[in-house]
Design a protein around this ligand. Structure first.
Ligand code: ATP
Ligand code: MG
Length: 387
């Protein structure tokens, strides 16, 4: 049984949200045999017992789900319910318990309080335990509905958030670092579906660096299922910047070029926003003066989910979502090659414009976009052995 997340508060959009959640669940569980039923309050996934744990694990990564409950369904018949309760509790460790019956099917002849007592006595008789109504080890839930009785004990916490895709698409600037995969995860959590854009500069950056980014994308794809990685051949443009621009402005200009390419490509693949892993003050290009001068090249909204998080807070999330170990592998990114000794922390826009006049960046940008390579298949296991 699936309990919906925050979507239940958005009354008008509810059915749209639920339909999106259903299609995301179907997508994420496509390798399993299952049946799905839902109404405005709950969703049920019916599957063979042997897959249930694996399915629950997959569902624990689907945004829009508040809780997942592995429950057992029997007919609305007291003997069947009793038998199932004993069977379930034999597999459960507990010293104290409480029974909570919900009688949604009003034609069921026994009233809620009486039924709590019947089941409570049954449990006390069969197990060595006590009732504790305030702080029990387990709550035995019995929901008697028209279509059957659902019995369950523990709830697995869902991820919350909005179903991926209800907010349209964003283009994530994904590097091999720690911050951008976390930024992507946080955007997905708010319902933004993502495409990923990675700038590579071979031979200055390696195949391992590229594979690392694909691996990171495949990890966050566990929360989406639709992610593709678009790889920009950035070498020529980057080498031109290196030749034409004074060292202290190289990073600023390079990032302005990245933004220009990102915006143009985002429009081409129907993404409405850019998402990146910039964090205020983290490096010279992320002072707010730098951000403002860099951001000047685009009108597209740029969402920076980790802008106001400390590095340790970002690392914390990276560890939870399992990207950290991959992010810290030591392959060079195009941002870490050609790093000048003293990158400017308060760049001036007129200087940027002056330096950019020195070369035909528009043609180079077009060339980058024309030669983007798309990696479509991010099935997780495929990339296990890449690194
Ligand atoms: P991360 O921020 O992911 O840990 P980083 O710290 O090495 O990597 P920064 O130099 O801080 O990267 O760059 C800031 C942001 O710019 C990144 O979070 C990412 O969104 C984007 N970015 C940097 N390099 C690349 C790249 N090679 N391809 C795509 N996006 C990039
Ligand atoms: Mg960073």
């Amino acid at each position: 049984m699936i309990k919906y997340g925050e979507l239940t508060t958005k009354k008008d959009n509810r059915s749209f949200f639920i339909k999106k959640l259903v299609s995301n669940i179907k997508n994420i569980l496509k390798d399993f045999d299952f049946e799905i039923k839902y109404d405005r309050v709950r969703m049920y996934i019916f599957a063979d017992n042997k897959y249930i744990d694996k399915i629950a694990l997959k569902l624990s990564k689907v945004f829009g789900i508040h809780g997942i409950v592995i429950c057992h369904k029997v007919n609305n018949n007291t003997d069947e319910i009793k038998e199932k309760v004993v069977e379930i509790l034999k597999e459960t460790n507990f010293n104290t318990f409480k029974v909570e019956t919900k009688r949604a099917d009003k034609s069921f002849e026994i009233h809620t309080m009486d039924f709590n007592n019947i089941i409570g006595s049954l449990v006390l008789k069969n197990f060595s335990c006590k009732v504790d109504v305030h702080n029990p080890d387990i709550i035995l839930h019995i929901e008697i509905r028209v279509d059957g009785t659902y019995i369950y004990t523990n709830e697995i916490k869902g991820k919350g958030g909005y179903p991926v895709g209800i907010q349209g698409k964003g283009l994530l600037m994904l590097s091999g670092g720690i911050d951008s995969p976390v930024a992507g995860y946080l955007a997905l959590k708010r319902g933004v579906d993502l495409e990923c854009l990675y700038f590579e500069s071979p031979p200055h950056t390696s195949l391992e660096a590229k594979n690392k980014v694909i691996k990171l994308a495949s990890i966050i794809n566990e929360y989406s299922g639709n992610i593709r990685v678009h790889i920009v051949p950035f070498t020529k443009l980057q080498e031109t910047i290196y030749k034409m621009v004074p060292p202290n402005y190289m990073i600023t200009i390079m990032r302005r070029m990245m933004y220009r390419i990102s915006e143009r490509y985002a429009k081409k693949i129907k993404c409405e926003i850019l998402v990146n892993g910039e964090s205020i003050g983290q490096v010279a290009s992320q002072t707010i003066t730098s951000m403002s001068v860099i951001n000047e090249v685009t009108n597209m909204p740029v969402v920076r989910p980790v802008a106001c998080l400390d590095k340790l807070e970002i690392i914390n999330i990276a560890e939870q979502i399992n990207t950290y170990e991959t992010s810290i592998l030591p392959y060079e990114d195009c941002c870490t090659i050609f790093v000048p000794k003293h990158p400017i922390i308060n760049p001036k826009l007129d200087k940027c414009l002056e330096y950019e006049k020195r070369f035909d960046y528009d043609a180079l940008i077009e060339e980058c976009i024309d030669n983007i390579e798309v990696v479509k298949d991010l099935s997780f296991n495929k990339f296990e052995d890449l690194l």
